[in-house]
Ligand binder design. Sequence first.
Ligand SMILES: Nc1ncnc2c1ncn2[C@@H]1O[C@H](COP(=O)(O)OP(=O)(O)OP(=O)(O)O)[C@@H](O)[C@H]1O
Ligand SMILES: [Zn+2]
Length: 745
Amino acid sequence: MGETVEKRYRVGGMDCASCAAKIDTAVRRIPGVEDVSVSVTAGTMTVRHDGSSDLIAIEKKVASLGYTVSQVAGRLQVDTQADHSHHDHDHSDHDHAGHNHEAHDHAAEKAPDPLEGLHGHDAPMAGPWWQSKKGRLTISSGVALVVAYIIGHLVPTIAPYAFIVAMLVGLVPIAKRAATAALSGTPFSIEMLMTIAAVGAVIIHAGEEAATVVFLFLVGELLEGVAAGKARASIQSLTTLVPKRAFLEEGGTTREVPAESLSVGAIILVRPGDRIAADGAILSGESAIDEAPVTGESTPVRKGEGDAVFAGTVNGDAALRIKVTAAAADNTIARVVRLVEEAQESKAPTERFIDRFSRYYTPGVVVVAALVAILPPLLMGAAWDEWIYKGLAILLIGCPCALVISTPAAIAASLSSGARRGLLLKGGAVLETLGKVTAVALDKTGTLTEGKPQVTDVIAFGRDEADVLKYAAALETGSSHPLALAILARATAAGITLPAVTGAKALGGKGITGTVEGQPLFFGSPKAAAEQVPLSSDQTARITALNDDGKTVSVLIVGDTLAGAIAMRDEPRDDAKSGLEALTVAGIKTVMLTGDNHRAAEAIGKELGIQVRAELMPEDKQRIVNELKRGGSIVAKVGDGINDAPALATADVGIAMGGGTDVALETADAAILHGRVSDVAAMIALSKRTMRNIVENITIALGLKAVFLVTTIAGITGLWPAILADTGATVLVTINALRLLKPMT
Ligand SMILES: Nc1ncnc2c1ncn2[C@@H]1O[C@H](COP(=O)(O)OP(=O)(O)OP(=O)(O)O)[C@@H](O)[C@H]1O
Ligand SMILES: [Zn+2]
């Protein structure tokens, strides 16, 4: 067996959700194909095959079922390193977290693919509906119907034939699709039901109605397509926020170039009031930037030199010079769109259940229809025509469209609505689990706090203060621990020249060691230090007092004596307190997990009103998540992947904060791009809202069918209300799902 290959396609024309099942079944039968996933809402398909499959055969098969298909280059990446660009401080390759710098660099190495995800090559959505194949067919069918009515009026004797011709105009293409679907493994497609119903109606001399029903069916499909297209457009429209052109500064002059041609490192000028054309960092200028399109935050943010900006955001009052940090295909918006599209292919448990259910539903209805048509005339001598007619109407009720679209439509709208404010979810399953979360464990550093500690005190025990700072900073040179960055910044500010360090080694959760000027050094937590050198009660008291102010203290050992200590404080995020409150109000238990010292952590915990578990090693964090799970909680873990990647992976839902590190995003199920603690509660609320929407949708779909099943048997409604029941329900369900696109209040 060859190597497994994945190919992605855009599939146009999937209006009815049962389309997905049809394509899935057909493509799966092609030799070599191992797995297929189709998303109606995203209009995409991913095919996994063993390399031996005939790719042309796959495309031909999909085309023969009546859809447009085009291959998308490359596999979409489910990571969002794009976010690195807006961290002024990025501690992703924490040495003590045990992963190296290489992991961090692969974003730059990955060749950007300008075609990928950016252009909505969704052919059917390109023009107005009447220019599409389906649109033209619907119009022809309608015109033929009107002509048949007129002829029928003028020459009543040939009316039946006129209606048969009118019906065939619409029915022939439908019947063809029915035949292809049947041959590719879906015998009871809606097209088949429609064909049987129409032909049957003609046989029992209801040609006029047959022609009307075919026309209504086509209108319904068109409406479904419009509604589904709207959901799709909502996420794709994000890409249109990025301007097509940019002003490139090169060789002392400025010229206008296509935004797509900008490479990393290029310098662009953004005029006041313009949309920014690329993700970048401000080189010069200061301005208020409206980030609403990307973060959902309506108040403009003041940004100046060194700050990161996103493509698609609007520059305020001043001109900016920006250094591009991501190619067009890799900018935040492009990545978000890709992630959302891909997420739609990963199905929620409810969706999978509905899919399975609908596979029985349609054949079940066919059986009921047959019984209704046959039994009353046979057993009770009722009129054949009347009951066959009823049977045919019931056939039309067998279309599972509304039911099948009920879940993915809501999930698609919800994923897209979340993405628009920086809440990324990797799929329907995550969305579903999130709504059930009962406990949230949050990391301290970089999650509840800004992750930008400042040195507050430098204390000399054995050496003078300048030496303490010098040695500590020298040790931290290669480290990207938030504490290291704080110390290096302080040393730089003090103008200290750093001696060289050899053999520097991070000790996860403890500190760092190395040799400077021939002396072995350790710099790290007092607890770890105490294992090497005893601390006097005086020294301990000094440290404890600092801890009680919420400061983290690391101590320096030079040789085998205590040299000094450095205290740092990392401020809680602005919305940490209110964000945690929102979780409590929603009845969710919260706990802070940290590697930091007990007292320091308690001090911050008290400020924020959250229960604290401190002095934890990475495996302790994982153990606590497991304990919570065993205690019956559905646990979400929020962190940045530094020290907590195992805990993120263990939790029912792992949420990467602030985009997080590569590690966090590989193990996380969801990401909060904009570092707001309140977004955790918002994400859970979005999930709950979505699940409610799904229940409403299923009720609408099944409810309408039930009503029409009864009225059909009772003889109150006939063929065309039956077809309207399905298309009507599909449209209703889609509109209801689209409500999720509106931002929450
Ligand atoms: N590079 C380092 N420099 C100085 N101290 C360190 C370093 N690494 C770890 N420490 C010490 O070990 C303690 C635990 O570190 P760890 O990295 O596990 O937690 P953290 O990242 O500070 O907090 P959190 O668990 O909330 O993310 C720190 O509070 C600090 O005292
Ligand atoms: Zn349908």
